[in-house]
Design a protein around this ligand. Structure first.
Ligand SMILES: Cc1cc2nc3c(=O)[nH]c(=O)nc-3n(C[C@H](O)[C@H](O)[C@H](O)COP(=O)(O)OP(=O)(O)OC[C@H]3O[C@@H](n4cnc5c(N)ncnc54)[C@H](O)[C@@H]3O)c2cc1C
Length: 446
């Protein structure tokens, strides 16, 4: 049994963008409620604390990625360290930091007798509500494809998610992957590495961002969403437009096989990627990998790539609710048997809210509207003296949100249905969250 000191009203799990956003809105709406943030890492920032590989930065504009309640003070694209510092500053400014319990891993969540019991690596907490701000990926295991004969390779292999103190200066580097991470990393390592071979099995869409662009939140919101809608409706025309705009880059061997926006496009900043691959130190290979060799990699196209450092920019493994075991009245929940209610709750799981982001727009923007909706739901419950709310199993059969490999690989871990969750339309969700009733017939209250 937890002791009295471990009783709070709300447990928030995770101290990244979502955790800080949730805390801000909870404090603002319920100054009398006690909440605690439980964070496995030893600092806040989530993604931006963990990702330390060279060049790490945002791909979406910081006007919309910054919090509306504490606008981003820097330029249009934020570097990883700057985004982390911005979160630290925000948490300090709004007295959020003092509510965080660091170095504490949530092991399980169990709903019993109208209470959530949160078991952590240190203490147990009792609360009426839980807000999961655990991000979208497995923090412990990134996607690390295995190839034959790894034990024969004499060099070092590192994944970008666990970069640590990896050194690349003076080394022959193979950078495996073609997504956002590889695109931001290439210019950051080219100067100091001896050589860089980019191993790209399937080319990605890459566009340029002008780092000196000055804008504002409202303009960027409409610009991004109109551009997305245009690219979806006029797929062929949009593809042609991008190909002609970047005709110096795209040629027969590097045109992506998928439509623009089927996956989030990668961003070059002030043409840094496009310029860096012109360096005579850089070679681009459009091939998969066959196996490791003593001095490097053998590609499926038959070429051998010499390297003493192989960087796997091969992405993440998607994960919901931080992989935490969830029990409702002693029965373990299988998320794949649930329905995702408005992308913020799960059928059959009472009083548990969770954040996720957009595929085509800034994550923070969704965190804020979901945080407000959570507060509205709690207010509605308080007003009507309800203690529980739980969504019904209802909605459309789930489709992959995006054709990215990390989503397709994990599809059986996600809810099999979803109700009114539009992860590509911020404006629609913004209106829905503001206008629709809390008691919408799908949420059951007791
Ligand atoms: C390199 C990179 C660049 C990106 N760029 C963009 C971008 O430009 N725009 C965009 O919108 N999105 C981007 N993203 C997505 C990014 O993950 C989100 O924008 C956002 O940072 C997610 O915030 P979050 O708070 O939801 O989750 P996270 O940042 O993942 O934080 C989750 C926190 O929960 C903690 N946690 C998890 N499980 C437990 C547990 N069991 N117990 C205790 N604590 C736990 C973790 O330690 C972590 O601190 C990017 C992602 C990466 C990896």
């Amino acid at each position: 049994m937890a002791n009295k000191a471990n009783k709070v009203d709300i447990i928030i799990i995770g101290a990244g963008i979502a955790g800080i956003s949730s805390s801000y809105y909870i404090q603002k709406n319920f100054p009398h409620l006690k909440y605690k943030i439980i964070e496995a890492r030893n600092d806040l920032g989530g993604t931006w604390d963990q990702m330390t590989f060279p060049g790490v930065r945002s791909d979406t504009d910081m006007y919309t990625y910054g919090y509306s309640f504490n606008p981003w003070p820097g330029s249009i694209i934020g570097m990883g360290k700057e985004i982390k510092q911005y979160q630290v500053d925000t948490a300090e400014k709004f007295n959020i930091k003092e509510n965080i319990l660091f170095n504490t891993h949530v092991k399980s969540l169990s709903w019993k007798n109208k209470t959530w019991i949160t078991k952590t690596s240190k203490e147990t907490f009792h609360s009426q509500y839980v807000v999961c701000c655990t991000g979208s990926r497995d923090y412990r295991e990134p996607n690390f494809p295995k190839f034959k004969d790894e034990d024969k390779f004499k060099g070092e292999i590192v994944h970008t998610q666990t970069w640590g103190k990896t050194r690349f200066k003076g080394k022959d580097v193979a950078l495996i992957g073609s997504g956002c991470t590889a695109v931001t990393m290439t210019p950051a390592i080219v100067k100091e590495a001896k050589s860089v071979t980019l191993v790209q099995r399937s080319p990605a869409w890459i566009v340029n961002v002008d780092g000196s662009e000055k804008s504002n939140r409202l303009y960027k919101t409409f610009e991004t969403l109109i551009d997305y809608a245009y690219s979806r409706v006029f797929k062929k025309h949009y593809k042609k437009k991008v190909l002609s705009q970047y005709s110096n880059y795209y040629s027969h061997d590097n045109i992506p096989s998928y439509d623009y926006w089927n996956q989030r496009p990668a961003c070059s900043l002030d043409n840094d990627y496009f310029e860096s691959i012109k360096s005579n130190k850089v070679t681009v290979e459009h091939s998969g990998i066959s196996n490791w060799e003593k001095n490097g990699l053998k590609l499926l196209n038959g070429k051998s790539i010499k390297c003493d450092l192989a960087i796997m920019a091969t992405g993440l493994n998607a994960q919901l609710l931080g992989g935490i075991d969830i029990l409702v009245n002693d029965k373990k929940v299988n998320l794949n048997k649930t329905s995702w209610y408005r992308g913020m709750m799960f059928s059959g799981i009472p009083n548990l809210f969770a954040h996720t982001g957009y595929i085509n727009f800034s994550w923070t923007a969704r965190c804020e509207i979901v945080s407000e909706r959570i507060c509205k739901t709690i207010k509605y419950m308080q007003k009507n003296s309800y203690t529980n709310c739980v969504p019904k199993y209802k909605g459309e059969k789930s489709k992959p949100a995006i054709e990215a490999n990390y989503v397709l690989r994990s599809i059986d871990k996600f809810p099999n249905r979803s109700y009114k969750f539009d992860n590509a339309n911020y404006l629609n969700e913004y209106i829905q969250f503001k206008m629709s009733k809390i008691n919408d017939g799908v949420l059951n209250f007791q």
